[in-house]
Design a protein around this ligand. Structure first.
Ligand SMILES: *[C@@H]1O[C@H](CO)[C@@H](O)[C@H](O)[C@H]1NC(C)=O
Ligand SMILES: *[C@@H]1O[C@H](CO)[C@@H](O)[C@H](O)[C@H]1NC(C)=O
Length: 271
């Protein structure tokens, strides 16, 4: 073998491998934001305006959508048929909703003095409060407060997204003696590519977040420390609610006044 061949062979092999790598088709795996496409747009006729959050209930295969003004919860099928409405006039500006356990969802209230309220949404419960976590020490400023809410059932931790001035993510856990409210992400630094935060989803399988920005119409996938891993633009303005289905293949985005958009990672033909 000539010295030139000896040098070239490994180089050619290397370049070929590199080319194969580039040409290899990307698998539409779950959670990969780059593969999500808008498949369906539903208009929720029974909601006049102000739809502000969405969560999925596995037991009934339905969704709860929270309306902040006038405050209420609406239960819909995945096809957008209304099942139930609970009037919650006594809530103060509930900006998001999250499934906690069977018959229990939690909402977060935005204004000062608001908190996280766990509600009994069984037929007999009718939205009655079963737990209240005060957020009096939670920082708010000039009209912007807690906008997004998520929950990790394993650790019992709520995650709250602060809209702006400053943007932030807080981990909130009630112990027997006190409520631990710790800022875990400085959103002004970590999420400087978006104008505000309007919803957050904690994904136990990944130990990561998906975060929605209403002003920037974007969804970010991030680590718990706030490192942005992926981003995708979403359609329409005023996107207030986000829910990633646990299979990682379906993403629901709810926008004011009453629109729900369904994105899928594996093509629109699949259900
Ligand atoms: C939606 O909320 C805004 C202010 O938050 C309010 O002015 C408006 O009346 C609400 N929409 C309905 C249908 O109540
Ligand atoms: C409060 O919560 C933070 C974030 O979850 C955690 O790191 C910290 O150890 C907790 N502090 C106490 C005193 O429990």
């Amino acid at each position: 073998m000539s010295p030139t061949r000896r040098f070239l062979d490994p180089l050619v092999t290397y370049l070929l491998l590199l080319l194969l790598r580039v040409l290899r088709p990307v698998c539409a795996g779950p959670w990969d934001l780059s593969t999500f496409r808008l498949c369906n747009t539903l208009y929720l006729q029974e909601i006049d305006s102000n739809a502000s959050g969405v969560t999925y209930v596995p037991e009934s295969n339905t969704l709860w959508i929270v309306v902040n003004n006038p405050p209420g919860l609406y239960e819909y099928t995945m096809e957008g048929a209304l099942q139930r409405k609970i009037n919650l006039w006594w809530l103060r500006d509930p900006e998001d909703v999250v499934y906690v356990s069977r018959d229990r969802v939690a909402v977060v209230e935005e204004p000062p003095g608001g908190g996280i309220r766990v509600l009994d949404v069984s037929r007999s419960g009718g939205g009655m409060q079963t737990e209240y976590i005060s957020l009096i020490y939670y920082p708010r400023s000039g009209g912007s407060g807690a906008e997004g809410l998520s929950y990790d059932p394993q650790s019992g931790t709520f995650y709250v997204a602060q809209e702006k001035r400053p943007k932030g993510v807080y981990a909130i856990r009630r112990t027997r003696w006190y409520t631990n409210c710790t800022k875990i992400i400085d959103g002004d630094v970590a999420f400087n590519s978006v104008g505000d935060l309007s919803a957050i989803n904690y994904i136990p399988d990944l130990n990561e977040f998906f975060v929605l920005s209403q002003e920037s119409s974007r969804v970010l996938r991030t680590t718990l420390e706030g490192q942005v891993l992926q981003e995708i633009g979403v359609k329409g303005s005023s996107a207030e609610g986000l829910h990633m289905m646990s299979d990682g293949l379906t993403m629901l985005v709810v926008s004011e006044p009453n629109v729900m958009r369904i994105y899928r990672a594996d093509g629109c033909g699949n259900k």
